[in-house]
Design a protein around this ligand. Structure first.
Ligand code: FES
Length: 491
């Protein structure tokens, strides 16, 4: 970077530095407060737009980070340092940039001094006047702190602590924290890379390094062919980023049909009541056999009830958690499941026939109720009763992807307080500028949707019992929501 040139940041990088969502940045761009060019903003403009932001003390930064970490990982994640090798490499690269900058400044200074000297030899008064203007201009330039100073320093720090990865051909970006694997970081950011075992065996997570360097951080049994080695292929599940900038060519799932059907035996990790009628079932898959799925999809759960009463029991349930945590699968199971096929499984859970550490078969994923990742339209989520389960997964994914202009969640229930995770919804709204949460009674829903002027310009995701969502879907279409923007999941 040369002196006098402003430093450019992608929106993801600027959002990462500020601890705000990309949605918040895009809103400022739309409102004309933050200039942008080709999806990039300058450090100076960002600093001017957020002059009040104290990055150390900003509650929104901490809150958003906490929300995101809960959403993506569902566990406490320690912010660890990159490996010593990565730190050394990134600091060395920054040292080289600084040395180059210093050499450039020295050359500018020498040129200035030589021009200034020649002015003294020219006839007055024009030359003397010019010399005075130059001296004053230089003194002023050196006395005013450069705008964007804090941001530039923070970005330099970010470049050492986190690696920035650009994915081809999609152009999506993600950050690698500490020495986490590329696969883990990509899933946390809402990407859907191709992968299988997550354990360095199957080779499905192969990616080609287009620019930058990586380093193995986990053992791998997979053997690359000579051609793959020559093309710089790596396994995303067993290596991390060494350099601060990395470009990878990655095979990504673009649609549900890109995800293979899987059969996994998971263990019951936890069961708790969300209210009198809804249980949260937490399953954990083996480390080497995780479930690959897209947010919003369903799976079939089965228990070998024969251990206790001689029969198998199955049920189909939406995964309520985010694909970014592919080992920990969460389900919201209703006591009164309207689907006959799932009622037996629900009954087993509620009457205690499913217990901690039991084996549960998981197969799937099924369904096409998934987010259109590339759509920049506002997102409207409408959950009726336990329709919140797939909506929860979609919202966590939407927050990770951070591409939509705004998110509005309507959650309707016939029971007062039937919204069984109110604190989580309120926390989203508190942490994210562009997130609105409206808990409603079922009979208030139609009027509330009518009052939303942006509905027809939004992507609308509706989930709940078939008897309720079918009528609502018809009403939404009649209200002008284009059919391709309406996604419905009858449970
Ligand atoms: S996912 Fe199987 S080797 Fe990486």
């Amino acid at each position: 970077m040369l002196a006098g040139m402003s430093q450019w940041l992608t929106l993801s990088r600027a959002a990462h530095l500020l601890g705000v969502s990309r949605m918040a940045l895009q809103k400022r761009i739309r409102e004309g407060e933050l200039p942008s060019f080709d999806g990039m903003v300058t450090v100076d403009d960002v600093q001017r737009t957020w002059p009040e932001l104290d990055l150390e003390e900003s509650g929104s930064f901490e809150q958003t980070r906490a929300i995101r970490e809960d959403a993506f990982a569902r566990r406490l994640r320690e912010r660890v340092l990159p490996t010593q090798e990565a730190l050394a490499q990134r600091l060395f690269a920054q040292g080289q940039e600084l040395a180059e900058l210093q050499r450039t400044l020295t050359r500018y200074h020498q040129l200035f001094e030589s021009l200034r000297g020649r002015l003294d030899t020219l006839p007055a008064p024009t030359a003397a006047d010019l010399a005075r203007q130059l001296d004053e201009g230089l003194a002023q330039a050196l006395s005013v702190p450069a705008p964007g100073g804090d941001m530039a320093a923070l970005d330099a720090m970010l470049r050492v602590m986190s690696a920035h990865v650009t994915v081809k051909p999609s152009g999506r970006e993600f950050f690698v924290e500490g020495s986490e694997t590329l696969l883990k970081a990509a899933l946390r950011a809402g990407l859907a890379p191709n992968y299988g075992c997550g354990n360095g065996v199957c080779g499905l997570c192969k990616a080609r390094v287009v620019a930058g360097e990586t380093r193995d951080v986990a053992p791998s049994d997979y053997r690359f062919s000579e051609a793959e080695k020559a093309q710089h292929h790596v396994l995303m599940c067993s290596c991390t980023a060494l350099s601060s900038d990395l470009v990878l060519e990655v095979l990504e799932a673009g649609a549900p049909e890109d995800i293979p059907e899987q059969r996994i035996v998971a263990k019951v990790r936890r069961i708790d009541a969300l209210n009198a009628d809804v249980m949260r079932l937490h399953l954990q898959t083996p480390r080497s056999n995780r479930l690959r799925f897209l947010a919003g999809q369903r799976v079939t759960l089965g228990i070998r009830a024969g251990v206790r009463d001689g029969s198998d029991v199955h049920g189909e349930f939406p995964v309520a958690s985010c694909p970014c945590d592919d080992r920990n699968l969460i389900f919201h199971v209703s006591r009164t499941d309207p689907r006959a096929a799932s009622a037996d499984f629900s009954a087993c859970l509620f009457d205690g026939r499913i217990r901690l550490a039991d084996d549960v078969s998981v197969w799937g994923p099924w369904g096409t109720f998934v987010l259109e990742n590339t759509s920049p339209r506002p997102l409207v989520f409408i959950a009726v009763e336990q329709g919140f389960a797939p909506i929860n997964s979609l919202i966590e994914h939407a927050i990770a992807v951070d591409a939509a202009e705004s998110i509005t969640l309507y959650w309707a229930s016939a029971q007062p307080g039937g919204q069984y995770l109110p604190n989580q919804c309120r926390a989203w709204a508190a942490a994210l500028d562009e997130f609105s949460y409206l808990p409603l009674a079922v009979d208030e829903l139609a009027a509330a949707l009518d009052a939303n002027p942006a509905l027809a310009a939004s992507d609308v995701y509706l989930a709940g019992a078939a008897s309720q969502v079918d009528a609502l879907a018809a009403a939404l279409l009649a209200a002008g929501v284009p059919p391709r923007q309406l996604h419905v999941e009858p449970l």
